[in-house]
Design a protein around this ligand. Structure first.
Ligand SMILES: Cc1cc2nc3c(=O)[nH]c(=O)nc-3n(C[C@H](O)[C@H](O)[C@H](O)COP(=O)(O)OP(=O)(O)OC[C@H]3O[C@@H](n4cnc5c(N)ncnc54)[C@H](O)[C@@H]3O)c2cc1C
Length: 596
């Protein structure tokens, strides 16, 4: 079985030493009394839940998968999943960061995000059941009617019910404007929905009493395209006036998808036939209402890959210390043994350090962003809330796409460290690779995230959000301009900042002449800006590590070495990416379609 130690020390480092999160959270009335000890204690318990309850079910859940009873249309999750979910609910974990008005504990999203990183490390497939409930809760909390809030929020908050997002249909995934599911208004103010959805994560399962599906559908008089989409809450069991469960609603799982990874999560084809639902938000404004859920889910998907990167790293390091193969090129390092442990070989170290630098960089950026999300939602100053909202909007596609691309690279590297044993199921490594692959696809593919970043968040906004983030970086560079010891980090950071500014201007000008230039450059561009964000946070982490390296705590020695590795070995890929982005659209469009 794979091993896992909750990375509490690093989480605490980012939370308290890098971000100084507690004083920032205390500025908000809702978190005025929160202290570091409480946060640390919650996460310590959360880490135990992940390592002791979820990890033992990860491999068995992958092997067993979910099963559909074709007669009853009920889905059974792998052995142990239901009991683990009951423990999760019993422990009060679903309500960690939900609103006290609906039975929540009201802790910051930041704490929940760290908890979910650990859940993702130990069992991504299981974690998708409660993960989607959180996103559904957020959507209904923002856009639900008072009746919908009364019916659903306390149940989602406690975890007694779970949630899903039902967008995709066979002929449309990215282009939701083409969706066909119909919603007919009824005389009592409700709607009946008819259609077929595919690929619906956690669409049917045996973990909870009820499932609240948030379904995109089209009203009879809806305009064509994405301006004619509405959002509906459609429960598995109808909810009666007194809140109790009524009749079975007309939506069922017609098939389970066979897939590459996350076998423990049910990916359902959902058949809607006269399913009763209620409208969420305004008619034809469903996509913007759904964006609350999609943005939460995008941060969640980035967090999935952070979790997988961390657990893959931990297992690869343990193996590399233990596995004896060949002698070091520079002479034996373990002369008492028949060969050296493979951790002596430079390229094995490169693979391990890549995973480590991506995990720690991602943790820092993810926690930075979710702290801004908490401030966006709860800061008393309206201007500050807007500034935080802008930063979260800019960083969300980066977290989704950059983390998941890196997660794929990192889990693959960690599998490689195991040699052939990594490819064999027993080691658990190939499961991490398979599970990581979907993260680049769902919640809007990484290409779509890149288009969102470059097209919408940067160019359509005249670079305003990017400039605000750049100002953070420029301030740090200015503050540390005379700090000799930090120049090895500050100089490349400043250099990349200048290059991003120039590249953005160049792409903006090219896009005026040919909009396809955006599509040609976007994926490279997102990776470059992702590295800029990582370099900024790695430089700040290096500063702290330099200040504390003589404390005798090896944590800081390791942090500094990892920062140096990141700047020396990973950041330089930006030069190639910038060249590729600048090469433009011509090499992509030159080949006639018929000649492919
Ligand atoms: C395991 C799994 C779980 C899922 N869970 C859910 C869920 O819970 N709820 C839900 O609603 N959906 C879910 N999905 C669906 C998922 O979100 C979609 O598969 C995804 O958004 C892509 O849509 P598609 O598969 O139709 O691909 P398409 O939209 O057909 O895209 C195919 C390719 O074309 C590219 N492409 C499309 N348009 C453009 C463009 N304008 N520019 C450049 N490239 C473009 C895409 O990036 C992609 O590479 C899930 C899918 C899977 C496999």
């Amino acid at each position: 079985m794979a091993i896992y130690t909750p990375p509490l020390r690093d989480i605490q480092f980012v939370m308290h030493e890098l971000l100084g999160a507690v004083p920032q959270l205390n500025e908000m009335p809702a978190h005025a009394e929160l202290d570091a000890d409480t946060i640390n204690a919650v996460l310590e318990e959360g880490g135990k839940f992940a390592a002791e309850v979820l990890l033992p079910l990860n491999q068995s859940g992958d092997r067993e998968g979910c099963t559909l009873d074709r007669t009853t249309k009920e889905v059974t999750t792998p052995k142990g999943f239901k009991e683990a979910y009951a423990k999760y609910v019993e422990g009060g974990w679903p309500s960690l960061s939900t609103d006290p008005a609906f039975g929540g504990q009201g802790l910051p999203h930041l704490v929940n995000q760290c908890f979910f990183e650990m859940l993702n490390s130990t069992n991504q497939a299981w974690t998708m059941y409660p993960g989607l409930s959180h996103a559904a809760y957020d959507c209904l909390h923002t856009h639900g009617t008072p009746e919908q809030k009364a019916s659903y929020l306390a149940k989602l908050s406690s975890g007694v019910w779970t949630g899903t997002m039902c967008l995709t249909e066979a002929h449309c995934g990215t282009d939701l404007g083409m969706l066909r599911t119909k919603a007919e208004p009824q005389s009592d103010g409700s709607y009946t929905l008819t259609g077929e959805k595919i690929f619906i994560s956690s669409g049917e399962h045996d973990l909870a009493e009820n499932i609240v599906h948030l379904v995109l559908a089209r009203l009879p008089d809806a305009p064509a395209g994405s301006k004619g989409i509405s959002l509906f809450a459609v429960p598995k069991f109808n909810v009666q006036a007194d809140g109790s469960l009524g009749s079975r609603n007309g939506l069922t799982c017609s098939a389970l998808e066979e897939k590459m990874g996350i076998h423990g999560n049910s990916t359902c084809q959902m058949h809607l036939e006269g399913a009763r639902g209620s409208l969420v938000g305004a008619p034809n404004k469903g996509l913007s209402a759904m964006f609350v859920m999609m943005n939460a889910a995008r941060l969640g998907v980035g967090n999935q890959s952070l979790g997988l990167t961390e657990v893959a790293y931990q297992n690869a390091v343990a193996y590399a210390r233990d596995r004896l193969q060949m002698r070091s090129l520079s002479g034996p390092k373990a002369p008492d043994k028949p060969a050296d442990p493979i951790i002596v070989h430079p390229d094995v170290r490169k693979m391990l350090l890549t995973a480590r630098a991506y995990a720690e960089g991602a943790r820092a950026l993810s926690m930075h962003t979710v702290l801004q999300l908490d401030r966006e939602l709860k800061h008393p100053d309206a201007e500050m809330r807007q500034a935080c909202a802008d930063e979260v909007a800019l960083l969300t596609p980066i977290i989704k796409a950059f983390f998941t691309d890196n997660g794929w690279i990192a889990t693959s590297h960690c599998m490689q460290v195991f040699g052939g044993h990594g490819y064999i199921a027993q080691s658990g490594m190939e499961q991490f690779v398979r599970d990581a692959r979907i993260n680049m696809i769902y919640e809007g593919t990484n290409t779509i995230q890149s288009l969102d970043l470059l097209g919408r968040k940067v160019l359509a906004d005249n670079g305003k959000k990017l400039k605000a983030f750049g100002k953070r970086i420029a301030d740090f560079i200015e503050e540390e301009g005379t700090n000799e010891a930090l120049q090895e980090f500050v100089n490349p950071l400043a250099d990349l900042g200048d290059k991003v500014t120039k590249l953005t201007t160049e792409l903006g000008l090219k896009a005026f002449a040919n909009a396809d230039e955006v599509g040609a450059a976007a994926v490279d561009y997102l990776r470059v800006v992702g590295h800029l964000a990582f370099a900024y946070l790695w430089a700040r982490m290096a500063k702290i590590a330099l200040e504390k390296k003589d404390s005798g705590d090896p944590f800081y020695t390791a942090k500094l070495a990892t920062a140096r590795f990141y700047f020396a070995k990973l950041l330089p890929e930006t030069a190639g990416l910038i060249r590729s982005a600048r090469a433009g659209v011509a090499p992509l469009m030159a080949l006639d379609e018929a000649l492919f």
